[in-house]
Structures are given as C-alpha cells and as structure tokens.
Design a binder for this molecule. Structure first.
Ligand code: ATP
Length: 575
C-alpha cells in the first residue's frame, strides 16, 4: 500500500529513506526505503517542504527531467499513427483498384467468348432433325461459297432464330452448321452479357462482334436470347436498364454489319413469345426455325446415335423404347441411356439390358420413388384410388396406353401411380377434342369416385389432391380458353398478356365483367360435378372387380397393365 504524505515526512525524519527522486511536472516522488522497497508517493504542487526536510535530514534528492522521454514517446505515438493512416489508405486504394479491375474484367470477358474447335459436329450428330437441317444446309452453302448468292444479287441471312423446347438440340444444330461449313463457332449465353454494371453488356456485344468479324466467315451462337431480348418496357417500373442497353447494342450491331460479310448470328430460345419484335423484324433474326420435340422415328434415331458408345443387350429394341418415350427431348433420351448405363454399372453388368432401361425410364418419368405406406388400412385406401382411376381410364375411349399401376409413390404425390403413355398422334397434332379433355377430367376424378363408392363421401381422403388440381386446370381451360362450355365459343383469357408479371399488374387483368367471372366459376364447378357423377356411374357396378384388383395390388404392390386390362375385359363379358 502506498504511504501517505505525512508518513513520508516522518520517514525522512526517522532516517528510513535512502533517496528521493523528484519529477517536477508530476506531483509525486519516487522514494527508496532502507529495506530496498520503492514507492511512488503523491506530493503538493511546487512542494517546498519536501525539499527543505530532505536537505535538513541529508536525504539525497535528485530531480529527473522527463521532457526528453516525453518527446520520444510523442514521437513514437505520432509515427505509429502516421503508419496506421498510410497503411489503411494503401489498403483502401488496393481494394478499390481491385474492384475497378473486376469491372474491367467483366467488360473484357466478351473477348473470351468460346471459340469452339475442340470437337467438330456435323449434321450426322443431329439425329432426326432432317427438316430443320435441310433449311440450315442453305446457310452452310453460303458460308462455304458465298459467291453463289452474291452473284445472284441476293443478301445472305444475318440472323437465324432457333425456337424449341429445352434439350431439343438447338445448340447441337448450330454447332453442326459450323462443323459442316468448317468455320469457327463463337458461342455465348445471352445471360452472360448482362452484369451488375450498366453498360458492360453493351460493351461485350461490341467486343463479340468485333472478334467475330475478324474471324469471318464464322457463326456466332447466342443461347437463351430471351434473357436480353425480351420486350422492352415490360415489367414493373419499366424494365431493366442494363438489359435494354445490351439489347439495343445487339440490334445496332445486327444493323451495322454490312450484308455478306460472312458472320451469321444464330440465336436460340424457348420463349419466342416474349421476344421484342424489333429483334425479329426483317434484316435481323428474320429466319425462324422451329426445332420441335422429336417424334417416334426421330427418337429412334437419337437413341441410336447415343447408343453408339454404349454396349446394349440384343434384347433391347430401341424402336420399342422410342415408342415408350413420347414427349422426351433429345437431352432426355441421352439422359435415359446414361442412367441405364449407370444402373448396369451399379449391378456389375457389362451390358445394358431391358431391366436397366426400365429403371432409367421410371426415374425419368417419376423421379425417385418412395416405398408404399406400411399401414394396411391406408395402403388399401390408396389401392382403391389407384384401381378406381385405372378402371375409369380403361372404360373411357382413349388412345393413351396403360403403362404402370403401382403403390410406389413419386415425390410430392401421395396416391401411388397410374401411368398412361400419351398417344403419339394426339401429342404430335397438338389438337385436343372437347371429349378428350372432358374425359381427362373424369379420369382425374376416378380415385375420388372409388373412395366415395367404397368408403362413403365423408371418408374420402385428400390423397388424390394432384388429380383435383388437374380437374381445375382442364375445366378452367375448357371454359376460359377453348370455348368448350355453355358460355360460348369465346376465349376469355389470352396467353399473351400473362407473360409479364408487370403487364399483368399494370393492366386491369380481367377484361370481363364480374357477372361473367361468376359465370365462369359456375361453369367450372358444373363440369367438375358432372365429371364426378360420370366417374361414379362407371365404377358403381364394378365393386367386386375393384375389390379383387385391390387385394392383388396390396399384396404385390405393382400390377401388370395387361393383367388389369384382361381382368376388366373378362368382367365386362361376364356381366
Ligand atoms: P437448351 O434450350 O436447354 O439450351 P438445346 O435445345 O440447346 O437446349 P442441346 O444443348 O443442343 O439442346 O442438347 C442437349 C443434349 O441433348 C446434347 O448434349 C445432345 O447430345 C442431345 N441431343 C438433343 N437433341 C439431339 C438430337 N437431335 N440428336 C442427338 N443428340 C441430341
């Protein structure tokens, strides 16, 4: 404990102290005692008494000048602060220059557009696209020998738009043109043009065309053109500045390059409906080539192309698999074979057989399947839903082929599976009759109808919820789009307006009166009610057949389609 001032005076008098050090501008002294202890003891400002007493009792008193120490301390503090300031400044400068660098990299990246010469594709790689390929052969001719067109005074096409669903081979086709014409192929996805910084996209478009012109003749392929080419001014708040600037630059470039300079721009999209009309006017992307989903013959060819590198068992007939896969795109088919190969590898097989193909097809159609419920009562109720729906669909005239009946569930669906392969011709033609659509609604209500008949209307479950969503979807389309109701041959809703969220909100969406809106609801309800009655009528005299099939389904968990069809036919002929 530090001693008091009066104790200090007493200690000086009693000779307890060896020396005192006084620091003038600090009000304390450093005292050294006989026992070797050292202490700091506070004194008064300008204290004369301590000077006097130490002199009186012969205690040595030294005065220490600490100004030089203070100067050193001040110097060190000042230097430290300056150092910290300089370091933080240089850190900030480095960070902002990095940001600037990144911005430059963003705008400079267009020069890194993929110029593809790794693998050359030809039209032989594009299976089943004969019609499309024929049209594109003209472009190949021009790229190879432009003089033919120039001599005839014709202008070569500048832009070609490939339109089609995802995975139908648009990119492949564009590559094949480049491959056939033996010219460089520049590819970029339009979404890569648009970045955080306004103006960068436009810069990239300029760069892209600059590099392309230097390599002419060549093909520039822009994938997903809709991501920059959608109608300007659409969307809430008028649109996106960066996207619109990029689109404007693209239009300018297309206009700017003189005809016959050997650069052909091919763009791909699966949303032609949202493209800005300025993009598709003559002189720009004025050639449109529709690449549709492949038909059975084309699917067979695509499967054959992709099976070239895969060891298939002799029992695998690719034509059968082409028949089982309507609605599949080229990419889906490629994936089907790939999944089958993975299954084969997993099972330690060196050939791909029908079992692997079957598993791969199930995965492609239904995703991952989960096991049926273990509770016997619930399993039974679900089995009635499945059998009800299957029988209704078999009892109605339809070209769709019953493929699978199973208690295994696909994700998000509670009610097991009844799968029909859609009729190829109906899909191809795209024309659906009123009867076909109405029957779809009745089939969707088959599961509910079976539950009502067997368990009563109070014991129905929500297991067939997905089917009920389909009922609304189709009934709504019948009334509001196809003119298939008592409200007359009028389309109340048009697809065009619903493309842009912004447009939909800005505009008063419904163009019909509240009374019509109510009438539409009434029509939808009456279609659904009529359909459930029809489904119940179809099933009510087949309870015995349903019971038998349900028993078998609960035991086996899946049923062969042939077996169900035969059971129904013999039941009908006996009753
Ligand atoms: P997206 O619109 O999604 O960009 P895309 O129409 O450009 O798709 P591609 O990328 O050309 O489709 O095709 C995807 C894959 O599907 C390719 O790897 C290709 O092997 C295969 N494929 C698609 N169509 C065909 C076809 N007609 N012949 C052979 N393979 C095909």
């Amino acid at each position: 404990m530090s001693k008091s001032y009066s104790q200090l005076l007493r200690d000086i008098e009693s000779g307890e102290i060896i020396s005192i050090i006084l620091i003038p501008n600090r009000r304390e002294v450093i005292v050294e005692f006989i026992n070797g202890e050292r202490q700091l003891i506070p004194i008064f400002y300008n204290d004369q008494k301590i000077l006097r007493i130490s002199e009186e009792y012969n205690v040595p008193l030294t005065v220490r000048d600490i100004r030089s120490e203070q100067r050193l301390a001040n110097f060190i503090t000042g230097f430290g602060l300056t150092l910290i300031f300089v370091l933080s400044l240089s850190f900030l400068i480095r960070r902002s220059s990095k940001l600037l660098n990144n911005m430059q990299k963003f705008s400079g990246r267009s020069s890194q557009v993929n110029e593809d010469d790794i693998k050359t594709y030809t039209f032989d790689d594009v299976a089943g696209l004969n019609e499309e390929s024929d049209e594109l052969k003209e472009i190949v001719t021009f790229l190879r020998n432009p003089q033919i067109l120039i001599d005839l005074g014709a202008k070569t096409p500048k832009g070609v738009l490939l339109v089609g669903p995802p995975g139908t081979g648009k990119t492949l086709l564009a590559r094949a043109i480049a491959g056939e014409a033996e010219v460089p192929f520049f590819s970029i996805s339009a979404s890569e043009f648009v970045e955080m910084f306004v103006g960068v996209g436009a810069g990239r478009v300029r760069d892209l065309f600059k590099s392309a012109k230097s390599k002419s003749p060549c093909i520039v392929f822009i994938d997903e053109i809709d991501s920059i080419g959608r109608q300007r001014g659409a969307g809430i708040g008028g649109g996106n500045d960066e996207r619109e600037q990029t689109l404007n630059q693209l239009l300018t470039e297309l206009d700017g390059f003189e005809a016959n300079n050997g650069v052909i721009v091919i763009a791909a999209t699966n949303r032609p409906d949202i493209l800005d009309q300025a993009l598709t006017r003559p002189g720009r992307f004025d050639r449109r080539i529709d690449v549709s989903l492949p038909n059975r013959k084309a699917r067979h060819k695509i499967l054959t192309v992709h099976a070239r590198s895969k060891p298939l068992c002799d029992s695998v007939n690719l034509m059968d698999w082409a028949s089982k896969t309507p609605g599949f795109s080229g990419a889906d088919l490629q994936n089907l074979l790939n999944e089958a190969a993975i299954y084969a590898a997993r099972n330690g097989k060196s050939f791909i057989g029908s079992i692997e193909m079957d598993n791969a097809l199930d995965k492609a159609r239904f995703g991952l399947l989960t096991k049926p419920l273990s509770d016997p009562n619930k399993k039974r109720q679900i089995a009635y839903q499945i059998i009800g729906k299957t029988l209704v669909s078999l009892l109605l005239p339809s070209q769709d082929k019953l493929e699978k009946i199973s208690l295994f569930k696909s994700l998000g669906d509670l009610s097991g599976m009844t799968y029909f392969t859609p009729d190829e011709e109906t899909i191809d033609s795209g024309l659906l009759t009123r009867n076909y659509i109405y029957n779809k609604i009745v089939i969707s209500l088959g599961a509910r109808a079976a539950e009502i008949i067997i368990f009563g209307s109070k014991e129905v479950t929500q297991g067939s919820q997905k089917d009920l969503e389909n009922v609304y979807f189709w009934a709504n389309q019948m009334v509001t789009k196809f003119g298939f109701s008592d409200l007359g041959p009028v389309a109340y809703d048009s697809e065009k307006d619903s493309i842009f969220l912004g447009k939909g909100i800005m505009k008063n969406r419904k163009e019909y009166s509240q009374r019509t809106s109510k009438e539409i609801d009434n029509q939808i309800i009456s279609i659904a009610n009529k359909a459930i009655k029809d489904a119940i009528n179809l099933l009510s005299d087949k309870v015995f057949l349903m019971d038998t099939l349900v028993d078998e389904l609960v035991i086996n968990e899946t049923l062969e389609s042939e077996y169900v069809i035969n059971s129904l036919n013999s039941y009908l002929s006996n009753n």
